[in-house]
Design a binder for this molecule. Structure first.
Ligand code: GDP
Ligand code: IMO
Ligand code: MG
Length: 433
């Protein structure tokens, strides 16, 4: 049996917190798409963990964590994530499984991602405001059928041939299409701590890349397996699996605000392809929805607030990216957009997060329809009371409960959980209305 937790907006809805909160009920937590562009925050007491690629179930010692075939893995950042967790006393060891079919993010993917987004030499290119983690270029190679997979990293000859063929394409692309000088490439590599791979003559030192990634392949060997098979066995044996989405519905390559999207499918459809499991195994789909909306990077955001209220949400909500540190754009909840997310992913229940961030507002708005491009708002009176210490639905102010019940109706799905703070205990079950 597989349940899913996914984002209904533009990411950063609080998926990490929710996954951690529900993990004790599951045997396995699995990431099915995206890569280290994700930043999932889990707070345990005074300890804060930001997970990028490792599933947010890792803090539960009995949970097995899977990085599925649909993800793109940067082995360099993965290794440091494992090492950081272990140095903080979280035993990763045998609990982590990485799909041999997941694609590898290479240093040239990161360089291309960053150069395409940089202002110098970028000409008229559309700037997405990516996380610079090489996600788009790695998925592009996957679909061009030229990418490297995790399983390729243990065979020196395969690895060398693939790297050679890729460099033959990437180097002229970087030089002549992106128009980057060798110095620029060197600077980008240096900014990533990857200067070692720079070569004056060929931009990237093939030998060093092969040697280094072969070593990373050996390092990961104990974690790598056919996770599709593992997960299907687990389903047959009655194990409970939680699929952890990264990004959000509006960043979906098919269903989001294209081209201002990521390069994968965070929606529920992505779960089956990204883990290699049948649609019939999926039961609950929990959509995580912030009580307002945020977006980091470029692209349309109809309910965005560029005024004092927007700044208040940003400050009170600490709305700065967990991966890049960039300030997140803030605005009102868009029920029209969430309703679309509910339809696309067949969301069966919603977890509303960051309700406490609205505590001080005198008036709260929700977009309930569109007139042309412009949102039509419904107004709600603010409760202007602290909710962060409430431990049950009944302890919430009446106006907050009314807001929750109204939003349930607007998005057409029950809200089963309300989160009133980053801590594990600041999570409230909502009775059926
Ligand atoms: P994710 O990418 O969906 O996992 O979300 P992020 O971790 O990027 O961003 C959510 C941020 O909000 C994190 O800093 C969380 O610790 C924090 N957070 C989660 N739930 C709540 C909540 O209910 N209230 C408040 N104030 N903060 C929350
Ligand atoms: P989590 O899982 C919020 C955004 C980037 C950019 C666009 C494309 O923490 O919710 P990419 O690097 O994926 O090519 O960038 O997508 N983006 C996110 N925004 N949360 C995320 O992940 C994001 N991952 C990517 O800001 O606009
Ligand atoms: Mg995040």
């Amino acid at each position: 049996m597989v349940d899913v937790i996914l984002g209904t907006q533009w990411g950063d809805e609080g998926k990490g917190k929710l996954v951690d909160n529900l993990s004790s009920k599951y045997d396995i937590v699995a990431r099915y798409q995206g890569g280290a562009n994700a930043g999932h925050t889990v707070k345990v007491g005074d300890n804060k963990y930001i997970l990028h690629l490792i599933p947010s179930g890792i803090l539960h010692p009995r949970v097995t964590c899977v990085i599925g075939n649909g993800t793109v893995v940067d082995p360099i950042t993965l290794k440091s994530e494992i090492e950081e967790l272990e140095s903080r006393g979280v035993a990763v060891g045998k609990r982590l499984k990485i799909s041999s079919a997941a694609h590898v993010i290479m240093p040239y993917h990161r360089v291309i991602d960053i150069l395409k987004e940089s202002s110098s030499g970028a000409g008229k290119r559309v700037k997405i405001g990516t996380t610079g983690r090489g996600i788009g270029p790695a998925y592009a190679d996957k679909y061009s059928r030229t990418g490297l997979r995790i399983g390729d990293l243990t065979d020196r000859k395969v690895l060398r041939d693939k790297i050679r063929r890729n460099l033959a394409e990437k180097v002229p692309y970087i030089r002549h299409v992106l128009g980057a000088s060798p110095l620029q490439v060197r600077n980008v590599l240096a900014s990533l701590g990857l200067e070692n791979f720079y070569s004056d003559k060929t931009l990237f030192d093939e030998k060093k890349l092969v040697r280094f990634f072969l070593a990373l392949g050996n390092y990961m060997e104990g974690y790598v397996e056919n996770t599709q098979l593992f997960l299907n066995h687990a389903i047959k044996n009655g194990k409970k699996i939680l699929a952890e989405g990264a990004q959000g519905t509006m960043l979906d390559i098919d269903h989001g605000t294209y081209p201002f999207v990521t390069s994968s499918n965070p929606t529920a459809g992505g779960v089956c392809v990204g883990l290699g499991i049948p649609p019939s195994s999926v039961k609950k789909v929990i959509g995580v929805m912030k009580a307002y909306t945020t977006r980091v990077g470029s692209g349309p955001f109809p309910t965005e607030l560029k005024d004092r209220t927007g700044r208040h949400l940003q400050e009170k909500g600490h709305e700065f990216g967990a991966t890049t540190g960039r300030p997140r754009r803030c605005g009102w909840l868009d029920a029209v957009l969430v309703k679309k997310a509910v339809a696309i992913s067949g969301i069966t229940e919603i977890a509303m997060t960051k309700l406490d961030v609205l505590d001080e507002l005198a008036e709260i708005k929700v977009a309930v329809a569109y007139r042309g491009e412009r949102p039509v708002y419904r107004k709600f009176p603010g409760w202007q009371q602290d909710t962060s210490s409430a431990s049950s639905f009944d302890e919430l102010p009446l106006k907050a409960r009314r807001y929750i019940r109204a939003v349930e109706k607007l998005v057409g799905t029950r809200i089963s959980i309300v989160s009133v703070g980053p801590g594990r205990r600041q999570t409230i079950r909502v009775p059926r209305g």
